[in-house]
Design a protein around this ligand. Structure first.
Ligand SMILES: *Cc1c(COP(=O)(O)O)cnc(C)c1O
Length: 241
């Protein structure tokens, strides 16, 4: 398999080329390296190659990997998979950003737990937890994410939680063999941002993966979440939580 450092460099190059095509500053696009199913050693290799933001789908796996990498203090963990309310407490001990808030009950639970953590003197001084709302742009029954029509009230709920920082929107569009097929869904997420306060209220658009990161950057992504192109293909499927 290709060296992780080289793979990372190629992904950064893809982002830079797409940014150039879109006439955007490549530094305005953050790469989250999605390390699900991959060992902590692979994360460490990517870290040594300069990568700082890492994403995981499952809280249990994230917590275990984070424990093996506590010696890397400026590594930031992003939760990109669906979050169950009973996992909020353990997730909060390690994550700096949750990309997958998709309901008001989850938002309130996150707000409550994040506030409690900030009050605990035994825990280090923490910034507000950054959260993104996952939108089900494809209207797919099997996917998580809130329906576009329900976005407004959820955004307001998050803004009412002092311990949460509303950072933007996230989407995983329906898979299409041609990456161009994802473009209308990315553009839909960008339109939803405009409809709900624009960049001032929702600075981040988390969209684009290995298959379609160029299309996401062209549609305005500020965060791309890439796994396979960095760590290689996943040889076992992830069991549902
Ligand atoms: C797995 C995953 C990714 C990364 O996907 P790749 O196709 O391996 O780049 C990004 N976002 C989410 C939500 C994921 O579950």
């Amino acid at each position: 398999m290709e060296d992780i450092g080289e793979a990372l460099a190629r992904v950064r190059e893809r982002i830079a080329r797409a940014a150039e095509e879109a006439q955007r500053d490549p530094n305005s696009i953050r790469l989250v390296a999605v390390s699900k199913t991959k060992p902590a050693d692979d994360v460490r290799r990517a870290y040594l190659a300069g990568q700082r933001d890492f994403g995981e789908n499952y809280v249990q796996e994230l917590v275990e990997k984070a424990a093996q990498l506590v010696d890397l203090p400026d590594l930031r963990w992003h939760l990109v998979g669906h979050l169950q309310r009973n996992k909020v407490k353990s997730a909060l001990e390690v994550v700096s950003c949750v990309h997958s808030v998709d309901g008001t009950r989850l938002a309130r639970e996150l707000g409550k737990r994040a506030a409690a953590m900030q009050e605990d003197p035994a825990l280090r001084e923490r910034a507000r937890l950054s959260v993104l709302v996952e939108v089900n742009v494809g209207g797919e029954a099997q996917k998580s994410g809130i329906a576009p029509a329900e976005l407004g009230p959820l955004l307001e709920t998050i803004e009412q939680e002092p311990a949460l920082q509303l950072s933007g929107l996230m989407a995983v569009p329906p898979h299409t063999p041609d990456p161009e097929g994802a473009r209308p869904f990315f553009e839909e997420l960008a339109r939803l941002r405009e409809r709900h306060g624009g960049v001032a209220r929702l600075p981040e658009l988390s969209m684009g993966m290995t298959h379609d990161l160029e299309q996401a950057v062209l549609a305005g992504a500020t965060i791309v979440r890439v796994g396979t192109a960095i760590f290689g293909s996943r040889n076992h499927s992830v069991a549902p939580q």
